[in-house]
Design a protein around this ligand. Structure first.
Ligand code: HEC
Length: 142
């Protein structure tokens, strides 16, 4: 009896894991909340967030939509700045990803037009989590 049940739960687990891997519904990314008591992994703008922009965004955003995602201009172009196309929403509201156009644009929520980047590979789950953590932790210029 014991054996039967552990076999059955293993099958169920395998199914859940496999089902979780099929990404048919597009890039919508729902982050895992940090379990209580677990240390928060702090995200750094200069060493973690900026390299993502440089790799995936900067080709179009030295100035597209009046958004500068270069190493020099990104912070000043994002944090507390009113969106160009989606005013009066802010591009980044420190501490609040859901009130940040940037988060909506990269996570596939579809709230504000195209998901970024609009072509090529979308951001990985780890990259999305880094940007989300950075916003949640106050969007500091660290
Ligand atoms: C192939 C070109 C291209 C790439 C690469 C690209 N974008 Fe965009 N982006 C656009 C265009 C075009 C718009 C304007 C249309 C829109 O809002 O969807 C835009 C708009 C935006 C906006 C809204 C700006 C505003 O205030 O109106 C944000 C935020 C943004 N992009 C973030 C990003 C991020 C972050 C990346 C990298 C992960 C990225 N984009 C990569 C072309 C691009």
């Amino acid at each position: 009896m014991r054996q039967y049940w552990s076999g059955a739960s293993f099958m169920l687990l395998t199914f859940v894991v496999l089902a979780g891997c099929t990404k048919e519904e597009g890039p919508l990314y729902v982050p895992e909340p940090t379990p209580p008591g677990e240390p928060v992994d702090s995200a750094f703008f200069s060493t973690e967030v900026l390299p993502i922009f440089t790799a995936h965004c900067w080709t179009c955003h030295p100035d597209m939509a009046n958004l500068d995602l270069s190493a020099v201009g990104a912070y000043a172009s994002l944090v507390g700045v009113t969106s160009n196309n989606y005013a009066p929403s802010l591009r980044v509201t420190p501490g609040d990803p859901m009130a940040s156009v940037l988060w909506h644009k990269i996570s596939g929520l579809g709230t504000y037009g195209l998901t970024m980047p609009p072509s090529g590979a979308t951001l990985s789950a780890a990259e999305l989590q880094t940007i989300r953590d950075w916003i949640e932790q106050g969007a500091r210029d660290n």
